[in-house]
Design a protein around this ligand. Structure first.
Ligand SMILES: Nc1ncnc2c1ncn2[C@@H]1O[C@H](COP(=O)(O)OP(=O)(O)OP(=O)(O)O)[C@@H](O)[C@H]1O
Ligand SMILES: [Mg+2]
Length: 471
């Protein structure tokens, strides 16, 4: 049976896939449990028994099983269980090591002692795509089994592949994968991320993987239908990256010719998007509710930064749940000038409310795309959190993030040797492009009549499928 032409957009927050056949591009349903079934939330839950759950079900399972329950952490001395060395040289090897490879037994020195959750039913992973570029993050232990970052990513990609296979009735081995213009601003990190994604795709069963820029894919469908030559800019702002691409497209006789004759004139990108905006909201609006501005002890000391760094990254918040830190929090609460905030912080950590909080923040941000104000509320016992955020304040909070995005846009123009007035049309896509302050930044530069919003969540996957067809 002929293999269908498949495009896969493995996103930081959402993943989607499409199949192209003749003139038809079909976006595939990847997650029946999700509000939008053509998007699979890029979430992975691994149970203590080693079972992997992907998508909306991963989030639901985590909330049902892990949230509201007290985590018990234990420091275990891995001592002699470690193969290789204990506390010696850090592991400088790079890349995925297949199980069985003797060098795969070499572990990082930190494993000599590990903090493990003794009673946890499972772990949730979010934004794995953003970790692909981090050289220092090779993987993590999940209930005694070490998962390399490639394996974690492969678990998600395998779930995607199973659903693609089911829809197409084929064992799909060839696919065009999207990639951001820049996984990272550092070339070596960028190359590492692509290599890891390729390995993950292979582990998931894809034998032939081709990468294609996500923002270029986002404009393919529009551009191949165009009978006159145009200079397009695509701005794709998702969960992890802001990607900008200036292209020259269209005018030739048929779709294949238009694609073949297209030219990329300039690209730019930064790993700053929706996740970074969520963190800004947390920092500005919620940290104070958890004592970031409080003082404790006779010398009126400020609270240590590491606590709030962990709060900004809920996936690691559980690590604060040690007896030592909990006792210290109880002590600092007694001498705090804002004891109620420290108590709240302790409840948040102890009861594992980091993820529900992150979800509320994200939801409030989305609400602000359609309404003037939003509330962030968590009524769980001991938290009682009610925070209001209005659009102007939100725009102010994310000013710095917007500057970084604007900078990328200017950089892409510069690379293409163009001024804003030389660009015929600016196509926007990705969830973060819906934020009014982001739209205003683009309108100020190009005028609203030159902005065209493409399908927010599936334009990249559809374009990749079209590309697969002509490759
Ligand atoms: N209505 C909305 N208003 C503001 N932000 C939104 C809205 N809907 C979704 N988002 C945000 O958009 C991001 C997800 O967008 P998208 O699905 O395009 O990203 P992605 O493709 O997964 O990420 P990337 O392309 O960076 O890898 C998330 O940060 C999400 O919170
Ligand atoms: Mg995207």
């Amino acid at each position: 049976m002929a293999q269908p032409c498949i495009g896969i957009d493995f996103g930081t927050t959402n993943s989607s896939a499409a199949a192209a056949e003749a003139d038809d591009v079909r976006v595939l349903e990847l997650d029946a449990a999700n509000d939008n079934p053509t998007s699979l939330p890029s979430l992975l839950y691994i149970t203590a028994e080693g079972q992997a759950v992907a998508g909306r079900e991963a989030a639901d399972t985590y909330i049902a099983r892990n949230v509201g329950r007290e985590v018990e952490l234990k420091q275990v001395d891995l001592g002699l269980d470690i193969e290789g060395y204990v506390g010696g040289e850090p592991d400088k090897s790079e890349g995925y090591r297949p199980p069985g490879d003797p060098s795969a037994a070499v572990r990082e020195a930190v494993r000599a002692k590990a903090t493990v959750e003794v009673n946890s039913p499972g772990r949730l992973f979010q934004s794995l795509k953003s970790s692909l570029r981090l050289k220092g993050f090779k993987g993590t232990d999940v209930f005694g089994r070490h998962y390399q970052i490639e394996e974690l990513t492969a678990l998600l990609l395998r779930a995607i592949k199973e659903r693609i296979d089911a829809h197409t009735g084929a064992d799909v081995e060839t696919a065009v994968f999207g990639r951001p213009v820049r996984f990272s601003e550092r070339p070596e990190e960028d190359a590492l991320a692509e290599r890891r994604l390729e390995t993950a795709a292979e582990l998931a069963g894809f034998k032939n993987v081709v990468f294609f820029y996500e923002p270029v894919a986002a404009c393919v469908e529009y551009a191949i239908a165009m009978d006159r030559r145009q200079r397009l800019m695509v701005v794709d702002i998702g969960g992890g990256t802001c990607d900008v691409c200036v292209m020259e497209f269209g005018g030739a006789a048929g779709a294949a010719e238009r694609l073949a004759e297209s030219r990329i004139l300039g690209v730019a990108g930064v790993p700053v998007a929706g996740d970074a905006i969520d963190r800004e909201i947390l920092r500005a609006k919620l940290f104070p509710y958890f004592g970031s501005r409080s003082r404790y002890g006779p010398s009126k000391l400020p609270m240590p930064q590491y606590v709030y760094a962990a709060l900004a990254d809920w996936q690691n918040l559980y690590k604060l749940n040690t007896e030592e830190i909990m006792n210290w929090l109880i002590a600092s609460e007694m001498s705090s000038d804002q004891p109620e905030t420290i108590r709240r912080l302790r409840t948040l950590i102890r009861k594992n409310y980091g993820y529900p909080l992150a979800r509320k923040v994200e939801q409030a941000k989305k609400t602000l795309s359609f309404e003037e104000r939003a509330r962030i509320e968590l009524e769980e016992e001991g938290l009682d959190l009610h925070v209001e955020l209005e659009r102007p304040e939100f725009a102010h909070i994310i000013e710095h993030t917007l500057d970084e995005m604007r900078h990328s846009i200017e950089e892409a123009e510069k690379a293409a040797e163009m001024r804003p007035e030389d660009i015929d049309l600016v196509l926007t896509t990705g969830g973060t492009s819906l934020i009014p302050a982001v739209r205003k930044m683009l309108e100020d530069r190009y005028g609203s009549e030159r902005l065209l919003q493409r399908d927010t969540f599936v334009s990249v996957a559809s374009g990749l499928a079209v590309v697969a067809q002509y490759m």
